[in-house]
Design a protein around this ligand. Sequence first.
Ligand code: SF4
Length: 205
Amino acid sequence: MLKAPFIAVSRHRINLDGDGVVTLACFGSCPLRCKYCINPQCFEERDSWQTLTTEQLYTRCKPDELYFLATGGGVTFGGGEPLLRSAFISEFRRLCGPDWVLSAETSLNVKQDNVAELIPVLNHWIVDIKDTDPDIYRAYTGRDNSLVLSNLHLLADSGLTDKVTLRIPLIPDYNNEYYRQKSITLLQDLGFNHFDLFDYIIKNK
Ligand code: SF4
């Protein structure tokens, strides 16, 4: 059984991280360094991280199976960056079977092989776009966004646009409504139509 580090496993989340009743399982580790990250504990291993095998996570989730099936819920993998753990998620799918809705909250800033492995595994992709402008993205996350864009092409070319929700924030001091609209237009041209638009609220600004 594969094992992975988690910063938290949170049960009974309702309509927050996907439809219905959801267990949110947050992996440690993230390749990005977002300036307003709300989970900075992902950046370095901490005593509070817990290591779980796929079977141990399945055992934790199993008591909620009736809720999952009745509400169209399941397990959402977050982080950190869950797609760094694509093999773990694939093995989890083999354990839980086809009926639980499995989702990932991801930046898509991972190797294309990790994304391709999960195309037959995940029911829903929640993609944190940040901004599609390369300079804004680099300034905000410290990383290049070319992998994000190529992975979006892969999802679109795989016919998955209806399974993808794109989260596009207004990020104080980094983008504005003009740049957000440019991102939306670019993504619509790829065939995506499900957008979650919101503002980052930064305390003490
Ligand atoms: S992708 Fe998420 S976890 Fe990673 S640095 Fe950005 S906000 Fe933090």
